[in-house]
Structure formats: structure tokens, C-alpha cells
Design a protein around this ligand. Structure first.
Ligand SMILES: [Fe+2]
Ligand SMILES: [Fe+2]
Length: 465
């Protein structure tokens, strides 16, 4: 691991002068982007952050006070496995690709650019959040997520510049030019153009949208294109913390809400009522489901056949890695009615991955509902049906209620305010967002965390303002 170079890396950058020059040219543009679009108002503050210093599963992270622009963004890949082979698809068992296979160059570049685009997009979406942090602990977690998303951009830019020549360099530049929510040059995926301007949205985003990232990265971590697999394997270790922030963040809101419910009217007491939490869950869950792509997808079949994108835990969970003659039964809309259809499994892999994601989300919901049960509250939070409020795939353009029953557009319009955050809900949540920056203090609408960071207490001064 070369930590002292301008770009810390474990890919022997010093030996590839051309690539090193290209990345060193990109670095100042990245820093300009970070200063312009990264957390507003905190660039010169000391933040207690973890930085990657090795790729070993234990002890890869070093915790210390750092100013965010001085964060050591770097290129870290899991070490190569000697004799690695392609783990699935038509080329199962052949040597893994060390260079991009020609016939898949365009689709592979698209996969990497689409993944890469989400990383800076989320930093842009969260840019203003620091100003309304509920505690220094939460402020620090926000910044940790932000710098690591910046590093994930580096990870994808490395792949583009190292393996895709000139087009890769152009794509790397374009990643710094698009802007979340900008009508003229928006980010690629819709969920990454949605505003994330309050902390309930932030926790939902890290719970549901970062978790989509986990499943996409897991599928790519199986890739027969080895540099991509090794890149994603290391990104996943960082990603786990982002989902922890979201999952525990909502759990802490639920806990506080449950306390306030026993004391009286949650709104009057300045908390976030459960129905508003539920509507945000409905919103972010449904948008995040769209990120997996269409239920029936020839792309997913092609990527699997080529050995580029596998299933979640392909090696651990499956024995048949060819999956050529299996089928998958799914519910589709036929003439306005639901009907089931058998689809070749390889064409259903987006849906298979989405199913794994839903199971993982349910575990989070079970933790929040345990918090409610422990507090003696009988209400529960639930996930909407996966057909509800979809904008991509088989259910897009159709209307469903929260249980997935088909309804008319008029009925959806009439009941929408029951299911999705209204302008008034959003304004109410925003009205609660006032910064709490005294060490050990916490905003009224959220409970403190069960533990601090890296053995430090909650009262620790995680950000020196
Ligand atoms: Fe990321
Ligand atoms: Fe993330």
C-alpha cells in the first residue's frame, strides 16, 4: 500500500506513468468539485474520520481528525487471487478477464459510469445537511459517508482511466460535470436527483438507496472482470457503515417518537409522527427498487452470460452457476390485471437481486418494529408492496395501492397523500431541523445512539467547529 503518494493506492500507480499522469490531472478537478459541491460550510473543520490504510478485513481503517479536503482519497483494490476464474455464465471456469472483453466494452463502461455517477451525486444531494445536524455524532457520520462516496468515485474513475482509454478519460471528466437535480445536466439515475435536504430523508437515503448500492456492488464483486470485482469488494466494506447510519438513524427517530407518543401528541411535542416516517419509507423504498432496473431484462441475461454481473453471493448461495435452463415465476400486469408468467431465469436477474434487497430491508424494519414493541406501542412500520409507486419496469405507468392491488390513476391521485410525503409533511419535518452542535446534546426529534464511534462516548467532540 503506497500511502505517501499524491494518490494513495495499492495498484502500483508509480509504475504506470501514463495512468498516473491522467489521474494526477483529474485530481485538481476532483478537489475543485469537492470544494464546490461537498459539505457546505465545514471544509476547514477538523472531523474525526476513518481513512482506509490497508485492505485487510481487520484494521483497514485509521481514525483521526482530518479536514475533509485533506482526506486521503485513494485507489484500493482487494488483493488479486492467483488463478481467478469466471464464476458464472457461459464462460464459467475460464480464466477471469484481466482486460475488458471487446464485445462488452460499451456495456461494461455503462455499468461503471452509472455506478460511478451515484457516488458524487449523493454528496451533492447532502451538501446542505450539515447545517441542521441533530448532534456532532451525526454530523461526523454524515461527513464520513460523504468522503467515502468521494473515494468510491475515485474507485470507478480508476477503472475508467485504466481500462477504457480515451473514452474512459472523457467519462471521468463528465462525472465531475453532471449535478444532482440540475435540469440541464442531471445525474443519471432518478433517485439521485431527488432532494435530500432534511435528516429524515438522509437516513432513509442511507437505509434504502445506499442498500441498493450494496446489492449492485455485491453483484459486481462477483464479476469475471477481475479489476471490477476487486474494486467492489473493497467498496463494500465502506458501504456497510453507510447503511448502519441509515438503519440506526431511523431506529433512533422511531425510539424518540415512541417516547413522545406516550407523553402526548407527537407533533405538539416536536417529534416526527409515525405516519410521516412511514410515508418517507414508502417514498425511498419505491424509488430505490427502481434502481434495480426492469423485471425482465435482456441486459441482465447478457451480463450474466458474459460473466460480468453475477447474483448476490453467487459462489456462496448457488450451486448451478450456469443457470441456463431455469425459469423464474413473476407477477406481471396483463391487460390491466395481474397474472403470473414464467421467465427464463437469466432474464429475471434484476428481479432476483431486488428480491434479496427486499429481504435485507425487512430485517431493518424488524429492528424498528422491535423498538416500537419494546416501548409498548402497537403501531408498526411496514414496507409497501414492490409494485407500489414504481417508475421503472413492468409496473411503471400502472397504479397500485400500498398492498400492490391495481387501482385507477384517479384513485391513486386521491389517496396519494396517505402514502407519500406531502408538501406539508416535508415542511413540517424541515421545521424541526435546527442544528445541535454542543458536544453531548441531541435534537428533540431523535434519540441518542446506543454507542459512539470507535469506543468514544456520544459526548465526544466529533467535529471541532
Ligand atoms: Fe458508495
Ligand atoms: Fe454509500
Amino acid at each position: 500500500m503506497n500511502l505517501n503518494e499524491r494518490i494513495p493506492n495499492n495498484v502500483n500507480l508509480a509504475e504506470d506513468k501514463k495512468l498516473q499522469r491522467a489521474l494526477e490531472k483529474w485530481l485538481p478537478n476532483y478537489l475543485d468539485w469537492w470544494r464546490e459541491m461537498g459539505p457546505d460550510g465545514f471544509q476547514n473543520k477538523d472531523v474525526y474520520l476513518r481513512t482506509a490504510i490497508s485492505v485487510e478485513p481487520d484494521g483497514w481503517a485509521n481514525f483521526d481528525f482530518v479536514k475533509m479536503p485533506d482526506y486521503r482519497w485513494g485507489i484500493f483494490l482487494k488483493p488479486a487471487q492467483p488463478g481467478a476464474t469466471i464464476g458464472f455464465g457461459d464462460n464459467y471456469g475460464r480464466p477471469a478477464y484481466q482486460e475488458v472483453p471487446g464485445e462488452f466494452r460499451n456495456s461494461l463502461r455503462r455499468i461503471i459510469v452509472t455506478q460511478g455517477d451515484t457516488e458524487p451525486a449523493s454528496v451533492e444531494q447532502q451538501r446542505e445537511l450539515g447545517k441542521t445536524c441533530p448532534s456532532l455524532y451525526d454530523l461526523r457520520n454524515l461527513f464520513q459517508v460523504n468522503v467515502e462516496e468521494g473515494r468510491h468515485l475515485w474507485a470507478m474513475v480508476y477503472l475508467l482511466q485504466r481500462y477504457f482509454g480515451r473514452d474512459g478519460r472523457d467519462e471521468a471528466d463528465a462525472l465531475l460535470e453532471r449535478r444532482s437535480g440540475n435540469p440541464d445536466k442531471p445525474r443519471i439515475l432518478e433517485a439521485f436527483n431527488q432532494p435530500c435536504d432534511d435528516w429524515l430523508n438522509f437516513f432513509c437515503f442511507t437505509m434504502f438507496t445506499d442498500r441498493d448500492g450494496k446489492y449492485q456492488l455485491s453483484a459486481l464483486a462477483e464479476s469475471g472482470f477481475e479489476p471490477l470485482a476487486r474494486t467492489c469488494q473493497f467498496m463494500l466494506t465502506e458501504e456497510a457503515h453507510h447503511m448502519f447510519v441509515g438503519d440506526t438513524g431511523i431506529n433512533r427517530i422511531v425510539k424518540r417518537t415512541a417516547q413522545l407518543m406516550k407523553d402526548g401528541d407527537v407533533r405538539q411535542l416536536g417529534g416526527i409522527p409515525l405516519d410521516i416516517i412511514q410515508k418517507h419509507v414508502n417514498f425511498w423504498f419505491s424509488y430505490s427498487l427502481d434502481l434495480f432496473g426492469g423485471e425482465i431484462s435482456s441486459n441482465s441475461a447478457d451480463f450474466f452470460a458474459a460473466g460480468l454481473k453475477g447474483r448476490y453471493k453467487e459462489q456462496e448461495l448457488y450451486t448451478d452457476h450456469i443457470a441456463a435452463d431455469q425459469t423464474f415465476t413473476m407477477t406481471l400486469v396483463d391487460d390491466g390485471k395481474l397474472s403470473s408468467r414464467e421467465v427464463p431465469l437469466r432474464n429475471a436477474l434484476n428481479e432476483v437481486l431486488r428480491g434479496e434487497y427486499v429481504k435485507d430491508c425487512e430485517k431493518g424494519l424488524a429492528r424498528w418494529n422491535k423498538t416500537l414493541a419494546d416501548a409498548g406501542i402497537s403501531d408498526r412500520i411496514r414496507l409497501p408492496n414492490t409494485r407500489f409507486h414504481r417508475h421503472v419496469g413492468e409496473y411503471a405507468g400502472h397504479y397500485f395501492d400500498i398492498d400492490g392491488n391495481p387501482i385507477t390513476a384517479e384513485e391513486f391521485e386521491r389517496r396519494k397523500a396517505q402514502w407519500l410525503p406531502t408538501l406539508e409533511d416535508r415542511e413540517y419535518v424541515r421545521s424541526l431541523m435546527h442544528p445541535v452542535v454542543e458536544p453531548g446534546k441531541i435534537a428533540n426529534w431523535i434519540a441518542p445512539p446506543a454507542a459512539g464511534v470507535k469506543g468514544k462516548p456520544f459526548e465526544f467532540e466529533y467535529v471541532r467547529l
